[in-house]
Design a protein around this ligand. Structure first.
Ligand code: SAH
Ligand code: SF4
Length: 345
């Protein structure tokens, strides 16, 4: 059966044409699926009853199923474990931050890059998600928010997987998230996080899609970074910084550098100074993320005073350095952790 979620307007027009209906029906359908979030053809009262019945015989609107939901004690984060049609599971997170309601999306089941500190990396790579599966996560969480009388304000690709290793489907999802007849979120409210896949970064900078770019740097020297993120041997820090600079120039946007702080691995004041050196002249902000422990990995979260000291060094050198902390620490809100802890559940 045809899944309407993930279809572009052009694809819906093609679908409608194949049914011998008027072209404007596609626009109605598009609005029902993406703007109004209908999950049932019965609701589409501006379509005739017979057409609705015809549609429900050949098409469906999504298939994702919520398996588990966990909300942090302070209510700032809700994590969803979602099951795809083939039984694979991904997680998505809703983060409530003052006036922001940010949905964090997964783009792959697992991840092939195998970063040492990452639960998703530990589980290996299963498959890419389709644009539809990416959008279904968003539509599902938007519906949860609607029931609370709230709206999604931001979307980040920071869940499971590496967006630039699933470029086509991620960008298709981005285009649909931006589409003004549908979800209609501005490019400035969408951010993609990458482990530093240079060809992807270059491709995006030529795409004319000015979404935010976050780079998971996590170390200020190649030896440490390669140790943590094996992909660094292919795309080392110097190259990343150069491409990041180009990206920020083309889109006139600051780049976000994410930096997971791991005790005695990359968290000393010297490391912070080194980071300040390599980012010199790049319009950027640094997002510090204290390491969230995962099973069977010997890394530790640094003590608070070390975290604050690291931040202080960056601030004293005139960087914007925010601390992304504690949101959902008690619900394992780091990348891939819920999925990993419920395997076989
Ligand atoms: N693959 C992309 C996007 C998903 S990972 C990327 O690597 O950027 C999203 C973020 O979670 C990355 O910045 C990563 O460094 C961070 N992360 C992964 N595991 C973590 C952990 N155990 N504790 C804290 N942050 C983690
Ligand atoms: Fe993949 Fe990102 Fe995890 Fe690295 S940090 S393994 S790139 S999801």
């Amino acid at each position: 059966m045809m899944n309407l979620v993930g279809m572009s307007l052009e694809e819906m027009e093609e679908f409608i044409r194949s049914l011998g209906k008027e072209r404007y029906r596609a626009r109605q359908l598009f609005r029902w699926v993406y703007k109004k979030g209908a999950s049932d053809f019965e609701l589409m009262t501006d379509l005739s009853k017979s057409f609705r019945e015809e549609l429900s015989g050949i098409a469906r609107i999504g298939s994702i199923r919520e398996v588990r939901r966990l909300t942090s004690r302070d209510g700032s984060a809700t994590k969803f474990l979602l099951e795809l049609e083939d039984g694979e599971r991904v997680e998505s997170v809703l983060i409530r931050d003052e006036d922001r309601r940010t949905v964090c999306l997964s783009c792959q089941v697992g991840c092939p890059l195998g970063c040492k500190f990452c639960a998703t990396g530990k589980m290996g790579f299963k498959r890419n998600l389709t644009a539809g599966e990416i959008l279904e996560q968003l539509l599902h969480i938007r519906k949860v928010l609607w029931r609370e009388g709230e709206e999604v304000t931001n979307v980040v690709f920071m869940g499971m997987g590496e967006p630039f290793l699933n470029y086509e489907q991620v960008m298709k999802a981005v285009r649909l998230i931006r589409h003004e007849m549908g979800i209609a979120l501005g490019a400035r409210r969408i951010t993609l996080s990458t482990a530093g896949i240079v060809p992807g970064m270059e491709r995006l900078s030529k795409e004319g899609v000015p979404i935010g770019l976050a780079i998971s740097l996590n170390a200020a020297d190649d030896a440490t970074r390669t140790e943590l993120m094996p992909i660094n041997s292919r795309y080392p820090i110097k190259v990343l910084i150069k491409v990041a600079e180009g990206f920020s120039r083309i889109y006139k946007r600051r780049i976000t550098f994410e930096y997971v702080l791991i005790y005695r691995v990359n968290d000393s004041p010297e490391h912070a100074h080194r980071l300040a050196e390599i980012l010199k002249g790049i319009p950027c902000k640094v997002n510090l993320i204290p390491y969230n422990p995962i099973p069977d990995v010997p890394f530790e979260r640094p003590p608070d005073e070390r975290i604050l000291k690291f931040q202080e060094v960056l601030l004293s050198r005139n960087y914007t350095a925010t601390l992304r902390d504690s949101k959902g620490r008690d619900i394992q809100a780091a990348c891939g952790q819920l999925r990993a802890s419920t395997r076989g559940a």
